[in-house]
Design a protein around this ligand. Sequence first.
Ligand SMILES: [Zn+2]
Length: 253
Amino acid sequence: MSHNERDREMSPAERRRRMEARRRRQKAQEQRRRKKLMLLIGGGAAALVVIGIVIFAVKHFISGGPAAIASKNGSYVIVIDPGHGGEDMGMSNGEAKEKQVTLDICSKLKVMLESQGCQVVMLREDDTRISKEERVQKANEAQADLLVSVHCGYSDNSSISGAVSHYKKGSKESRYLAEMIESALVKESGALDGGSGEGSYSILSDTEMPAVLVEVGYISNMEEAGSLTDDSYQNDAAKGIAKGIIMSLEKNE
Ligand SMILES: [Zn+2]
């Protein structure tokens, strides 16, 4: 019996039932095809996401991160600002004078950064007083890629100690630089982590490059004042700041 003949012999109800069954089979087949396609697309999308994450990770951890600081002229120019100087002593505690601590640490920091191929502009190299305006002007004239100002912390509560990093408001590069400096400084010196936050100092707000003001330790704390005047502690602090700076740089060589 041919297919057509069988069809002709079927009752209308039987024919409807069979057609219904065929439609259901076709629908199921279509659904299976669609599912396979979705799995394929999903797999592709997942692979793309994985590739994206890998690229992000490489950029973040090898190239210094999403807010890494780029150099303007191929090699880095860094302004170092040793806080206070001359008649402006900063804070003091016994023998420990802020203006001397900042100059000592910055002098060590300069040598370390230069050994890494950076060009360093020091806003003062001896015990002279410079006004805030002069500092800002000298820093801007240097056309630098970044600036780090070094100070000591001070509190009426002499039990407070630790390092704190302040960054230029609204600058993601400055924030990144502060975070890198803070974590490396704490690691190298063993100082308490005072965290990082926005600062409104003129050396941050009035300068034209990513800028951080780091308080390496509380001079008002007896123990920390002792550390801050100690040569090997100053070396560790300088090393931490240098490492933090280097970590924040974009590496395109
Ligand atoms: Zn200061």
